[in-house]
Design a protein around this ligand. Structure first.
Ligand code: HEC
Length: 201
């Protein structure tokens, strides 16, 4: 009798694990499949539970100023835009293909997170996702994260001029640097160095 009950329990547990695995691994291990709605909701709920209560009440200790936004913008262009894009849309090669995707930071689901929650996510990252933790345990690092929180609030009113500034700061491959230099020289009216051979009289 006991054995029969045990066997039944085992069968139910194995069945549940199997169903869970099948759901998680639909499409194999590919990151390309779209996360299901249920998965996204559960992941968000779990993440929210993982953020210590004291951070939920915290508001940004730095007051907003032109300099603070500028600092946050530079930092975002340098470290975050590879995944999140300069405008926060998440429309980058990396952001679109991570599982879960890099979210559009301008939308309500991000904007309704508290300052402290954004800060906590930036400092610590989100485990099992592409979001890295950026905190280095220093006061300076924490200030940089608070700058970023202000900048995330500012994303929906980003101007084209600001986006252009960010493009200068975005990390570039050597090839891209060369192109940018050539463009600048061209704009200044100089011939790019490698076109000299086309200059016969
Ligand atoms: C390698 C890619 C990558 C980089 C670089 C990156 N992020 Fe993220 N970020 C993600 C992903 C993926 C998520 C979604 C995590 C999740 O679903 O819980 C995310 C989530 C977030 C969130 C939570 C938004 C929400 O609504 O869930 C914030 C805030 C954030 N990132 C800010 C930043 C900042 C600021 C930087 C730069 C200092 C940065 N990220 C750099 C990939 C990245």
């Amino acid at each position: 009798m006991l054995l029969a009950v045990l066997a039944l329990v085992l069968a139910v547990v194995l069945g549940a694990v199997g169903a869970g695995m099948a759901l998680l691994l639909r499409g194999g291990i590919s990151a390309k499949v779209e996360p299901t709605h249920a998965e996204a909701v559960i992941a968000r709920k779990l993440r929210s539970l993982g953020i210590p209560g004291k951070y939920r009440q915290l508001s940004n200790p730095l007051s907003i100023s032109k300099e603070v936004i500028e600092a946050g913008r530079g930092h975002f262009a340098d470290h975050c835009a590879v995944c999140h894009a300069n405008d926060g849309s998440g429309q980058t090669q990396m952001g679109r293909n991570l599982y879960p995707r890099a979210p559009d930071l301008r939308l309500a689901q991000t904007q309704q997170l508290g300052d402290g929650e954004l800060f906590y996510i930036i400092e610590n990252g989100v485990r099992l996702t592409g979001m890295p933790g950026w905190g280095d345990g220093t006061e300076e690092g924490r200030r940089a994260s608070w700058h970023l929180v202000h900048f995330i609030r500012h994303l929906s009113t980003l101007t084209p001029r600001e986006k252009l500034d960010m493009e200068q700061i975005n990390p570039k491959s050597p090839e891209e640097w060369r192109e940018m230099q050539e463009d600048q020289e061209f704009l200044k009216g100089k011939e790019p160095a490698n076109r000299e051979d086309a200059h016969h009289h």
